[in-house]
Every structure is written in C-alpha cells, then in structure tokens.
Write a protein that binds this ligand. Structure first.
Ligand code: ZN
Length: 419
C-alpha cells in the first residue's frame, strides 16, 4: 500500500458513502473482502481464536475486531455521520409554482455553503412487502435532483454583511415546477430501479441530501483533498484500512459510530451500549473483561482544525496545526478531549519510531472547545484514550479540505501502535 493507492481508495469511499448507512455498508464489504466474519447481535456468538469478526447496529455503526485471546487491544474509533439536511416525514411543499422539500438540519452544519449546490438524496427506506414483512433498503438517487438557490443580492442588501439563515424557511431544496409530483411514487420508482417491485406500503424513511460534486485532489501538486464528509469518513477510512492490514494475532478493534454530530446519545452512538455489549461478548468473564479494558488503548480519531491562513488569530499560536504536517494530538485541560500524557507519549513514541510527523492542538483559552467520541467512550468503559485527528479546513461545510499527506501517515501510526 502506498500513499497514492490509499488516497484513490479514500476518494472512492467518500463518493460511495453519502450517508452513515452507505458508509457502514461499504465498510462491511471491505471487511468481508479482508476475511472478517459477520456476527449478528441477535444470535449466539461462538468466537474462534485466530479469526476476525465484524458486527453492525442500526445499519449505521460497525465494530470490527481480531480475536486471538490477547487482551491489550489497540482500538481505533471514528464516527460515520456528518452534518446534513434531512428530509422531514411529510416533506413535500407546493407553493409559488415550485415543488420543494421541508428539511431538518442535522448536527452543527455550516449553512451558507449549501446554497447553489447540485444536490442528490440518499438513505434508508422501510417498506411492507407482498409477504407482509417490513424490509429496509438503502437508496441513492445519485442524480442531482434539487438545489437551494441563493436570494439575489439585489433583493438582500445585507447579504455580504450580516447574513442570517432561517433553518425552517430559507433552506428548502427545490425539486420541480411540475405540481403533479407525488413523493411515494418517487420513492417507489427508486425502489423499482433496485428491482424491488413488491412494495405494498411505504412506511418510514431516513433520507439526507448531499452534494453530487465528487471528491477531488486540489492544489498545484494535488496538495489537498476536497470533499464532503471528510469529518469523519476520513478517520473511518484510516481505521478500516488499519484493521484490514494487521495480522489476526494482533489484538485490534475498529469502531465507527453514528450520531456523534448530535451528541452520541443513541443505540448506535458512542454514548450507547454497542461497544460495551460487544466487548462483554468477546470477554465473558468479568475479570478478563476488566483486564482487557485496562490494558487497551483507544485512539479516538476525529478531524482537527488546521490553522486557516485567512483567519490565523482563531488559533493559539503555539498549537496551530498545519495541513500536510501530520496527525494532530488533541489536548484539553477540561477533558473535552480524553488524551493524557501517558497515551500521548505512547502515540508520539510510535510516530517517532516510524519517522511520521505529529502536531499538538489546544484551543485558544478564550474560546470554547469541541469534543469527540473519545471522552464519551473513556467515561463509559474506563479505557485509556488519546484524541487525535487530521488537520482540516472548513469543518462542517458541505465541502471540506484536508492535506493529501496526512491520512496515510496516521494510518501507518495506527498500524504500528501497540497498546
Ligand atoms: Zn467529527
């Protein structure tokens, strides 16, 4: 594996994963290719030493692990969700000669960049089939079907000064001028394209809009990767490729959780029981379970803010991550990040040994600090944790930017890490 192959694969993964459901499905397919065996949470587990397994929850979170009897696990955690616009259950609004959609904003999304983009729709649809069974299916319309036009500057003289955006009224994507549009018929047509023709009733769906512009290298020397959902599919990809690369006798676990952007409080979020439930089934004896927890390390990987060259005062001068200068260790005295000097030193030691660069980030003392799944998982399980991330610009925009050297570098550190 070299950097170019790694990045090409990353671009493909970003484009094929418009929602956490699609990201999870794509990751499970890569895990199967790498020899991982599927486990069902609803069935009895009979784990064999020397084998590798994966399990999903809600089709939107996944855990993969090697199983060798060893207890000192290197765990890497990331999240599958990104801020976006989600379709409401009764989404169709017909007014002023236009059919448009009502949307909810999911997570802390930067709203401005959503205007004037060519958007498509993807997610999970639940329906009743001809045997009266409820089935779930993932759809991805792929084609640009809606857009959210800006208001012309002539009608908004404050547009470049103090623009505010109303989430209920200002960001409804527009679909068509044909007022005959029927949403259920539209969904049935999408299912028919997947050869699903026995739809008796459509019940519920979780559908999100996404930018159809594909992930791309940008910069004179392809210095940057520009894409939607770099936060946090970038870290998912690093974690996934890491666990797919290691030998099955190395104790390693990868978890990608949903709902981080809204606080992780769900069955498939890091605040839920998914990881703990899985680890307890791997280590049934409580003493074994606890010695595994206390001898393991979680690398919580979530993008970090690179210093923005146009807004340098937003960073602490001594802790300003640069693009293409390596993974960022995130530190916060108030435990918004779970890194401590012991886990940081372990990470630095591996990076030094591999001659990979690293940087340290502390937010300005007069500014608030974001958080990650790191402190949540550390609190729930009592596992020693380090928060790291790849330097990123435009976080939570519809299109984010990272350096093209950094993800491969973090991948090498994670593969080389020993808890
Ligand atoms: Zn994130």
């Amino acid at each position: 594996m070299n950097k170019n192959d790694f990045n090409e694969g990353l671009l493909g993964f970003l484009d094929a994963s418009p929602t956490p459901f699609h990201a999870t499905l794509n990751m499970t397919m890569m895990l199967i290719n790498a020899g991982f065996i599927k486990l069902e949470e609803t069935q009895k587990w009979d784990l064999k030493e020397g084998s590798k397994y994966y399990v999903t929850r809600n089709d939107s979170s996944v855990i993969a692990f090697t199983y060798s009897g060893a207890k000192n696990y290197t765990m890497i955690g990331a999240h599958t969700d990104s801020p976006n616009l989600k379709l409401k259950p009764n989404p169709v609004i017909k007014e002023h000669g236009i059919v448009k959609f009502g949307v909810e904003s999911y997570g802390g999304l930067l709203l401005n960049p959503w205007f004037d983009r060519d958007l498509s729709l993807a997610g999970r649809v639940s329906y009743l089939d001809s045997k009266d069974e409820i089935k779930d299916i993932l759809i991805d319309v792929k084609k640009s079907i809606v857009t959210i036009p800006s208001l012309a500057i002539h009608l908004d003289d404050k547009a470049n000064k103090d623009k505010t955006i109303n989430k209920q009224t200002d960001i409804c994507p527009i679909l068509t001028t044909n007022s005959d549009f029927d949403f259920d018929e539209f969904l049935k047509w999408q299912l028919a394209k997947l050869n699903i023709l026995d739809v008796k009733e459509l019940y519920s769906s979780e559908l999100s809009f996404y930018d159809t512009q594909q992930a791309a290298f940008v910069g004179l020397h392809d210095d940057f990767i520009s894409s939607a959902r770099l936060d946090n599919l970038l870290s998912c990809y690093v974690g996934l490729l890491s666990i797919c690369s290691v030998e099955s006798d190395k104790p390693m676990l990868f978890i990608a959780s949903d709902h981080e952007e809204v606080g992780s409080e769900s069955t498939s979020g890091a605040g839920g029981s998914f990881l703990e439930n899985t680890l307890r089934r791997m280590f049934k004896d409580y003493d074994d379970y606890m010695s595994m927890i206390r001898s393991s390390v979680l690398i919580s990987a979530d993008n970090a803010h690179a210093i923005h060259p146009n807004f340098p005062t937003k960073h602490d001068k001594e802790h300003s991550p640069l693009l293409n200068k390596g993974a960022v260790i995130k530190i916060n005295a108030n435990q918004r990040y779970a890194s401590n000097s012991t886990t940081i030193s372990k990470f630095m030691n591996v990076a030094r040994r591999l001659k990979e660069p690293y940087q340290q980030f502390v937010t300005r003392s007069d500014m608030g600090c974001g958080s990650t799944i790191g402190p949540i998982t550390a609190t729930r399980l009592g596992i020693e944790t380090i928060d790291v991330g790849l330097p990123t610009l435009g976080m939570h925009s519809i299109r984010e930017l990272c350096g093209s050297d950094d993800a491969f570098s973090l991948y090498k550190i994670v593969v080389g890490f020993k808890a």
